[in-house]
Ligand binder design. Structure first.
Ligand code: GRF
Length: 216
């Protein structure tokens, strides 16, 4: 049976869309079983539903403690029997229990060339630092925020007149290429993570692969 992917979102879901669309291609190694959002108003929920994917909100309001919400989320994700869980703009920090439950099958996309610019406002920080290069990274998730081992990284230039929207749009274009590719690799058994070590076709990676157009 084709492996299940569960996608967690909080917002517009453009990365989610790229994952769903890639799953509809002939040689896809996964199917999207479920989309969950912590934000009931997330535009991505409607996008997922229009693309025929079960999608629902699981708001954190009403949970007294973060652990209780995480447990509820964990149960909902677990029920979909995922081979992989993809954080696609999911804006909550997941606690250790959730991360351990899905260790080695939890990936995130972050809009920077990690380990640079963990956390928020990555595009603004790259511009302010005068960087000539910026990008995005797909990585396995560990307890350290944006600190898990990298899988695949895409670089884009920072142009002299860039503002945050322009740079963000350029980064998103490559996000939509690398996230489906990394998910495809994981679900096809080409990449795996054991402990803090990523393996690609059985070989340990000491840094993320750098994306290029010919990769598939
Ligand atoms: C992306 O920039 C991603 O790198 C970050 O959150 C953003 C989500 O955007 N983790 P979208 O909702 O997929 O359009």
């Amino acid at each position: 049976m084709i492996p299940n992917l569960v996608i967690l979102i909080s917002g517009r879901g453009s990365n989610m869309r790229s994952l769903i669309e890639a799953s509809h291609k002939p040689h896809a190694s996964y199917r999207v079983a479920l989309v969950l959002s912590d934000q009931p108003e997330a535009a991505g929920l409607n996008v997922a539903a229009e693309l025929g994917i079960p999608a629902r909100a699981l708001p954190a309001q009403g949970f007294a403690r973060r652990e209780a919400y995480d447990q509820c989320l964990c149960d909902a994700v677990h029920a979909a029997q995922p081979a992989l869980v993809a954080l696609a703009g999911f804006m909550r920090i997941l606690g250790p229990a959730f991360v351990h439950t899905f260790a080695g099958r939890l990936v995130n996309i972050h809009p920077s060339l990690l380990p640079l610019y963990k956390g928020l406002h990555t595009h603004r920080r790259a511009i302010e630092a005068g960087d000539v290069q910026h990008g995005a990274t797909v990585h396995y998730v560990t307890e350290e925020l944006d600190g898990g081992p990298g899988i695949l990284q895409a670089r884009v230039p920072v142009l002299p007149d860039d503002d945050v929207p322009a740079l963000s749009a350029r980064v998103q274009q490559v996000e939509h290429r690398i996230f489906p590719l990394a998910v495809q690799w994981h679900c096809a058994g080409r990449i795996a993570c054991r402990g803090d070590q990523v393996f690609m076709d059985g070989c340990p990676l000491d840094r993320p692969l750098i994306w290029n157009e010919s990769m598939q």
